[in-house]
Design a protein around this ligand. Structure first.
Ligand SMILES: CC(C)(COP(=O)(O)OP(=O)(O)OC[C@H]1O[C@@H](n2cnc3c(N)ncnc32)[C@H](O)[C@@H]1OP(=O)(O)O)[C@@H](O)C(=O)NCCC(=O)NCCS
Length: 179
């Protein structure tokens, strides 16, 4: 059943943010099982069975349930093909949100993830009461750092962390609501 309040799909300049669906399985698995794509991500690749269940659950979930990751698709607008995804986690108090993003390698290097993340930031500011949106990135993840700075997030903290069983350095980026 489609959720009652649903601001998706949301058009960006050259991509569309839309709900994930089981029909995205092949495209989703192609990039999610790529070790280069997964290297700095908190998630681990899923089996096809798990991925179908995940895509269906995200497609049917309420928009941004507080305290949980909610994943949306980045689609190429003409053919509606999935080319990546954006994760949004609204805090339980709904005062802050965290964002994460992934783009399939074949579509990288053209500014499409930048379009998608800009649209996701506006979506959160327009449809939730968040005062601040944060993103956490591994300090070695230069494409992610460049993207975050391109869309206006600022580095607010650097911290040591454990990631995939090893020590790493993370940067925390943030952007504050201006209206
Ligand atoms: C992070 C990630 C989405 C960035 O992808 P990306 O393709 O570099 O980002 P964009 O699609 O916005 O493209 C930006 C690049 O295209 C170039 N570009 C070309 N045309 C452009 C345009 N019209 N507008 C903006 N950038 C454009 C930019 O110069 C930039 O290249 P640069 O970083 O070498 O300067 C991608 O590396 C990824 O999915 N990584 C794996 C998952 C991950 O680590 N996610 C981050 C976790 S926080």
């Amino acid at each position: 059943m489609p959720p009652t309040f649903d601001p998706l799909p949301r058009a960006a300049d050259r991509v569309v943010l839309r709900r994930l669906a089981p029909r995205d399985l092949v495209c989703f698995q192609r990039y999610r099982t790529d070790p280069d794509v997964a290297r700095y991500q908190g998630w681990t690749p899923m089996s096809d069975h798990e991925a179908v269940a995940f895509l269906g659950a995200m497609g049917a979930s309420p928009f941004c349930p507080p305290g949980e990751w909610f994943q949306i698709g980045i689609a190429e607008p003409q053919a509606d093909v999935l080319i990546g995804d954006v994760g949004l986690r609204l805090s339980k108090t709904r005062h802050e949100a965290e964002i994460g993003f992934t783009l399939a390698p074949a579509f990288q290097g053209r500014g499409l993830a930048t379009d998608a993340v800009r649209a996701a930031l506006s979506l959160l500011f327009d449809t939730t009461p968040v005062a601040r949106i944060v993103a956490v990135t591994d300090a070695r993840n230069q494409p992610s750092i460049r993207l975050l700075e391109r869309v206006g997030l600022q580095r607010v903290r650097t911290r040591n962390a454990m990631f995939h069983g090893g020590p790493c350095t993370e940067h925390v980026y943030a952007i504050t609501r201006v209206r």
